[in-house]
Design a protein around this ligand. Structure first.
Ligand code: AHG
Ligand code: MN
Ligand code: MN
Ligand code: MN
Length: 361
């Protein structure tokens, strides 16, 4: 028979990142690799917690009539007493930690103790964390610990987004090390927690996708060199905001829903988790958009830890990421929690959208 032997050659994330750095002749290949290693450990831990929280959700839905005491017992039994459902109170009446806060704590702890970071910026923390000298390293990590958190209780895909800068020459690590254009990031990626955990990463030389092998506890290279199709058939916008959209966006959406030249209209897909919507866009093509509008004057998505990492990945996969008027990666942030309009995806689709902005000006 021609039955395939199982591969004995494991393309793990750590191995691939190391190999890439050796190819580039990096003098010190170890530091970024160790940092990325710390990040993948947090992704595994968050994935486990997301799964546990979903399990208890399922139990509560199967037995909606069980009283609080029984629910508490179930949670104790499943060892998730410290997680619980978003916004619930635990057995002792304390506010339980929401999953996004828990994920934040997991990341802060792991990144700080990695000894490779100098500045941390998280969606869940008002202020940046400047790492104490004893543990200070050369990298700054900006992250959204749990993206799509409104989807948690429905069991829909959610994720973690991260971007990495190297601190500037001579800097001891300060806010100015992260208030820099996204084009200066040295790596970026996300982990999506779905039926499996998928980590998608760029270090500026293309995009690789890894899938967590639960038995091995390793992210294995399953999607090497991801490229966005030059044109797609899907658009992904929260059209419930149409009332507030500006003219170029309205006209663009009109053009793909009512094409004039006998072409088929686009399909609509919108999950409401940026990670999941961008993941689909990278693989299938099309356009994802969260515009600024009359209500959200600067848009909704955050520049540092949502727009920049996704724009970096999109460009590395051969696509375009724009605000409609300028390249996202060229923006210099002035605030760590700054927002921006985002359109990203297949080259031709995003170019079509940009034409509507040019017509407007
Ligand atoms: P977060 O859960 O980290 O606060 O981010 C939510 C974001 C993003 O995931 C998604 O693209 C967008 O919010 C969806 O917003 P709408 O619900 O307004 O469509
Ligand atoms: Mn988010
Ligand atoms: Mn979030
Ligand atoms: Mn949030």
């Amino acid at each position: 028979t021609t039955e395939e032997q199982p591969s004995t050659d494991l393309a793990t994330l750590t191995r691939e990142v190391l190999a890439e750095q050796f190819r580039l002749g990096a003098a010190v290949a170890g530091d970024l690799t160790l940092l990325l290693n710390a990040i993948q450990v947090t992704s595994k831990f968050i994935a486990t917690n997301v799964r546990k929280a979903r399990l208890i959700n399922l139990w509560v839905m199967l037995f909606p009539v069980v009283d609080n005491f029984t629910q508490t017992l179930l949670k104790l039994f499943l060892k998730i007493k410290s997680i619980g459902l978003a916004g619930e109170t635990n057995a002792t009446g304390d506010e339980q930690k929401k999953l996004d806060v828990l994920s934040n704590d997991i990341m802060v702890n792991a990144l700080r103790s990695s000894g490779k970071t100098a500045v941390l910026v998280s969606e869940e923390l008002e202020e940046a964390i400047i790492i104490e000298d004893r543990l200070k390293g050369k990298y700054c990590v900006v992250f959204d610990p749990l993206d799509g958190s409104s989807n948690i209780d429905a069991g829909v895909n959610i994720g973690t987004i991260f971007g990495i800068y190297r601190i500037q020459e001579g800097s001891a690590g300060s806010i100015s090390d992260v208030l820099r254009p996204g084009s200066e990031m040295v790596a970026a990626g996300y982990t999506m927690y779905g039926s499996s955990a998928n980590l998608v990463l760029t270090t500026g030389h293309g995009v690789n996708g890894y899938t967590l092998d639960n038995a091995l506890g390793e992210f294995i290279l399953t999607h090497p060199n991801i490229k966005i199709p030059p044109r797609g058939k899907i658009y992904s916008f929260n059209e419930g905001n149409s009332l507030y959209f500006h003219e170029p966006v309205k006209r663009y959406l009109e053009s793909i829903k009512y094409p004039s030249n006998g072409k088929s209209p686009y399909s609509s897909r919108y999950i409401g988790s940026m990670v999941a919507d961008v993941h689909r866009t990278l693989l299938y093509g099309g356009i994802f958009g969260y515009p600024d509008d009359k209500k959200s004057k600067k848009g909704k998505l955050r520049l540092l830890y949502e727009a920049f990492p996704m724009a970096f990945l999109t460009e590395q996969a051969g696509g375009i990421a724009t605000t409609g008027r300028k390249r996202i990666l060229n923006i210099t942030p002035t605030d760590i929690h700054e927002r921006t309009a985002v359109f990203l995806g297949s080259k031709e689709d995003v170019q079509d959208l940009i034409k509507f902005y040019e017509e407007e000006d």
